[in-house]
Design a binder for this molecule. Structure first.
Ligand code: GUN
Length: 293
């Protein structure tokens, strides 16, 4: 079997077309959804992600502000910026790009963002709402993965989903989203991590594998059941002198080998990445809409 390619770029574009109508409706009521991205330091991967998020906002006709602080900025400097953005009525969503420099306490920063503007879904209030199945903001990458599965015809309902990776940004929230007794969820979920004894034993039993370990070639063909759906969340940079930037992006899945066995597979780039950005925009539009409900 050669896998169907799950085209995240196409599905993200389809969602964005739907979102344009919501933006137009809000604008007719005098509200332009606004997103602030905050970046501390100049890590090149983070700079690139934040740049893509700002650009996507502008393309959608949304308001966008990019706050940039130097690597040496103090925690207090950063908290002051967040406080100002919390108060700014033009801003409906705030995203502090992670990871932060080591001298800054990430959880203090996450707590500082107003839960009503926390479009990243990382504030403990939103994490609690997500676990309880109450409305709130849910992290963009896992919501994007859920939407990618549903819209590509691989609804996770009743399926066994095996997630490899337990990060706060992807693995843990995705498990919580997919076990909800709701449409587009209702899956049986297994989470594998560095403490799991035999990861392949679990992935071979999966209908859907989500690779979110942050390790190149972590998922090999022998770990995949014939016909399984494979979602690759990895964004590993690999040196490539033939590429314009001197590197290319590669996922956590041994793509060429796994695509010969899987039923469907999301590529890197062009799979989960465009969905993450789209869900960030969707959360920002929702945050703006809540200010007039
Ligand atoms: N760094 C990598 N992914 C993310 C994300 O989804 N949100 C934030 N804030 N930082 C990230």
């Amino acid at each position: 079997m050669v896998a169907e390619i799950i085209d995240g770029t196409r599905i993200a574009e389809q969602m964005r077309a739907e979102m344009r109508a919501k933006i137009a409706e809000l604008k007719s009521r005098g509200i332009t959804p606004g997103l602030a991205t905050v970046l501390v330091g100049d890590d090149s991967a983070s700079k690139s992600y934040v740049g893509m998020k700002g650009k996507a906002c502008v393309e959608m006709g949304m308001f966008s502000v990019g706050e940039r602080l130097p690597e040496q900025a103090t925690e207090e400097d950063l908290l002051r910026v967040i406080e100002r953005l919390n108060e700014d009525p033009r801003i409906h969503g705030i995203l502090v790009q992670l990871p932060l420099p080591k001298h800054i306490d990430e959880s203090r920063v996450i707590y500082a963002v107003s839960p009503e503007k926390d479009v990243d879904g990382l504030h403990p209030v939103n994490v609690g709402r997500m676990i309880s199945g109450e409305p709130g903001f849910v992290p963009c990458t896992p919501r994007g993965i859920q939407e990618l599965l549903i819209r590509s015809g691989h609804n996770p309902e009743g399926k066994h989903v095996v997630i490899v990776g337990r990060s706060n940004l992807v693995g843990k929230p995705l498990a919580n989203i997919l076990i909800q007794k709701k449409k587009g969820a209702n899956a049986t979920v297994t989470v594998c991590h560095t403490g799991t004894k035999d990861i392949a034993k679990h992935t071979r039993a999966a209908d859907i594998i989500v690779a979110a370990a942050g390790r190149l070639n972590m998922i090999t063909a022998d770990m995949v059941r014939e016909g399984a759906v494979v979602i690759d969340v990895g964004t590993n940079r690999v040196d490539d002198l033939t590429a314009k930037r001197g590197y290319r992006l590669v996922g956590d899945v041994d793509f060429e080998a796994v695509r010969q066995k899987a039923g469907a597979i999301s590529p890197v780039p062009g799979g989960v990445g465009p969905m993450t950005i789209t869900l960030l925009l969707a959360n920002t539009i929702e945050a703006a809409a809540r200010t007039v409900r």
